[in-house]
Design a protein around this ligand. Structure first.
Ligand SMILES: NC(=O)c1ccc[n+]([C@@H]2O[C@H](COP(=O)([O-])OP(=O)(O)OC[C@H]3O[C@@H](n4cnc5c(N)ncnc54)[C@H](OP(=O)(O)O)[C@@H]3O)[C@@H](O)[C@H]2O)c1
Length: 250
């Protein structure tokens, strides 16, 4: 386990890079039939995933740096439709990260994949869908046109009842060549990934806040019984935020 580091200030990006490098994503092999899945979530000290309906109120510059480094090191970002809309996703990387990826022969931006069964939400209204350099993969069971306002959007339709997180991951591996996925939730999608044993690493940021209320917790859905046990592999400190790297016990 690494020493606790303070990553606030100008060293934030470098420390975030070191922390993410510790996950070994570049060497990381895909899992059987699917990509490796690294989840990044932030929760308040009492486990809530939002402040006023969004995760942003829990974050910090160090948290943003870690999240963006995880994206930069991944072939694809996977995010549920609820999160894509609530967080109003836009440009997923900073220019220096895009340049670094391009220098390694990778597409400058990771693919962004999302799941929406009914496709009846205003996905096209999410800023990312209007960015010409953005590459998006939408998984659904619904008919209808691809939601786009200029982004490169591919839609894969599953038969009714066949749309699962596992099926999406298998498609990303087989059809889009994805070896490593950074999953940014949200809580509903993450519960399914955990229940289906599809999470390989969890980077959980604990924000120094108490929120209470009835908003989403980091996982949302039926109780996991028995609970999924995790091992703590690494800890990083950024100011008063803590970054915890867990792996599930197998
Ligand atoms: N603290 C954090 O780190 C963090 C991270 C992410 C999100 N959040 C917050 O969480 C909230 C959103 O929560 P959420 O649980 O609604 O988000 P979510 O998990 O991103 O989205 C859930 C939606 O995604 C689609 N979906 C996910 N898995 C599916 C599957 N296997 N099959 C079919 N559809 C699937 C469904 O959309 P359809 O209904 O369109 O079918 C479902 O309603 C927001 O307030 C956001 O700010 C917090």
């Amino acid at each position: 386990m690494s020493e606790l580091l303070d990553v606030l200030g100008p060293q934030a990006t470098q420390a975030a890079q070191t922390f993410v490098a510790g996950l070994g994503l570049h060497e990381g092999e895909a899992r059987e039939g699917r990509p490796r899945v690294v989840v990044a979530m932030i929760g308040s000290a009492d486990g809530r995933a939002t402040v006023q309906g969004r995760a942003g109120g829990l974050g910090s510059p160090a948290d943003r740096a870690v999240l963006r480094e995880l994206r930069a090191a991944s072939d694809a970002v996977l995010v549920g439709a609820g999160t894509l809309l609530a967080e109003r996703y836009a440009t997923v990387l900073d220019p220096h990260q895009r340049a670094r990826r391009a220098a390694r022969g990778l597409p400058a931006d990771p693919l962004v994949a999302t799941i929406s069964r009914a496709l009846d939400r205003d996905l096209a209204g999410v800023p990312l869908f209007g960015e010409p350099q953005a590459r998006l993969q939408v998984y659904t069971e619904a008919e209808g046109a691809a939601p786009s306002r200029g982004a490169q959007v591919a839609v894969h339709r599953f038969e009714a009842g066949a749309l699962t997180a596992r099926a999406c991951l298998e498609h990303l591996r087989a059809e889009r060549g994805v070896r490593v996925v950074a999953c940014e939730g949200g809580p509903t999608l993450l519960r399914e990934l955990v229940a289906e044993r599809l999470v390989d690493d969890l980077v959980l940021t604990v924000a120094p806040m108490l929120v209470a209320g009835t908003g989403r917790s980091v996982l949302h859905g039926p109780v996991l019984d028995p609970p999924v046990r995790m091992r703590l592999l690494d800890v990083l400190r950024g100011g008063d935020h803590l970054f915890l790297r867990y792996v599930p016990e197998r």
